[in-house]
Design a protein around this ligand. Structure first.
Ligand code: FES
Length: 263
């Protein structure tokens, strides 16, 4: 698919979005995420049956582009009637596939829908109401859910690390840290002590961190990869390489790494 082409299904969901709006009342949770590439926002509301854990109703509201509207509309149709465990399995690729594909340059927009749904389920499980989320000034950015990236579950703890990072195992390895705010940048700087091949990769034009930390990074040997999105983790028994989408050039390429850190 060329970057300018949209499928008929995508256009239909963009022109006639399903389940737009918000929900109020009991057993409602909301997930709100931001897209670090464009700064757009997404909110997904779910109403859950407490007995069965089934998503009985779902709505969305977005400050996103046409692809964000189409992917959210589609995800509401996929998720409605599923249990929350089943809904957690929905990936952005599933959504894009159901829409008969999205232009590669627009794949990042589909993160918003999938991650907002997963965030809503997480908030429900933590007992947070939609009002709690509404009054929280911190915006969560996409990348919070590794289910969205093929290969990350398969290689979990075999090169993909989420927490409990054993630094000795990573000594002298090629390490890719996904930028997800201050902590990820600090970790990249710490890892510099054990490896000279650390990359901090951000989807945005700049990492979303304080200026002080930015200048620390500049003075370090940590390489910053900007406007880049992790598409897939590949390997046989452990991580050998990753597929990266250069959002600026709209090109995909492979990069050899031994470890991918997502915190
Ligand atoms: Fe922001 Fe699509 S460009 S969600």
């Amino acid at each position: 698919m060329k970057s300018t082409q949209y499928s008929e299904k995508t256009l239909d969901h963009f022109r006639n979005p399903r389940n737009v709006g918000t929900l109020e009342g009991d057993n409602i949770a909301m997930g709100r995420v931001g897209n670090p590439v464009c700064g757009d926002l997404m909110e997904i509301y779910i109403q859950i049956n407490k007995e069965t854990d089934v998503i009985e109703d779902i709505k969305f509201k977005t400050f996103g582009c046409g692809s964000a509207v189409a992917t959210s509309s589609m995800i509401t149709e996929i998720a409605k009637g599923k249990t929350i465990d089943e809904a957690l399995e929905i990936t952005r690729k599933d959504v894009a596939d159901e829409l008969d594909g999205l232009p590669p340059v627009k794949m990042h927009c589909s993160n918003l829908a999938a991650d907002a749904l997963h965030e809503a389920i997480k908030n429900y499980r933590e007992g947070k109401t939609a009002d709690d989320v509404d009054s929280d000034p911190d915006i969560k950015y996409t990348l919070c859910n590794i289910n969205n990236i093929p290969g990350t579950n398969e290689f979990l703890n075999k090169g993909v690390y989420l927490k409990d990072i054993n630094k000795d195992e990573l000594r002298d390895k090629r390490i890719l840290v996904l930028e997800n705010g201050e902590d990820s940048a600090k970790l990249a700087l710490e890892l510099e002590d054990i490896s000279g091949r650390v990359i901090l990769m951000t989807m945005g034009k700049q990492p979303r961190i304080q200026d002080e930390l930015k200048s620390e990074l500049k003075q370090s040997h940590v390489k910053i990869l900007k406007q880049s999105e992790l598409m897939e983790v590949l390997g046989t028994n452990s991580v050998e390489k990753v597929k990266i989408h250069d959002l600026d050039e709209d090109e995909e390429y492979e990069l050899f790494v031994d470890a991918v850190i997502i915190i």
